[in-house]
Ligand binder design. Structure first.
Ligand SMILES: [Zn+2]
Length: 116
């Protein structure tokens, strides 16, 4: 996945930049408390790692939850689906209740589109 690789590269670049900044602080700013600088950088890094992980998890979440409304063909997130119906052991998701009604009035027409 290209996006994740780019994110990982970005993440590594930030880590490198943070490490360089930390070294610069420690070498150049003797007056400053090393520990304070270190913990400031660590806090920043933790915040970034946290955001990074959240993005990654939500991307996976988006991907595993994307389904196609068999009636109108719209791609929707399962969690955002307005309506759902079971048919022949499968669960179908719909963008609006009207799509579900249409599906239920002639399920074979829509259900078979993807199966056969
Ligand atoms: Zn629909």
């Amino acid at each position: 996945m290209g996006d994740l690789n780019a994110l990982e590269r970005q993440f590594q670049e930030r880590l490198d930049a943070a490490a360089a900044r930390r070294r610069a602080y420690q070498e150049g700013v003797d007056a400053m408390d090393d520990k304070a600088v270190a913990s400031w950088v660590d806090a920043k890094l933790l915040g970034f790692t946290d955001a990074y992980l959240r993005v990654q998890v939500s991307e996976q979440y988006q991907q595993t939850n994307m389904v196609v409304d068999p009636v109108c063909g719209m791609r929707i997130n399962r969690a955002d689906a307005e309506a759902a119906a079971e048919y022949e052991g499968r669960r179908y998701y719909f963008c609006v209740e009207q799509c579900r009604q249409k599906f239920l009035s002639d399920p074979d027409r829509y259900a078979t589109r993807r199966n056969r």
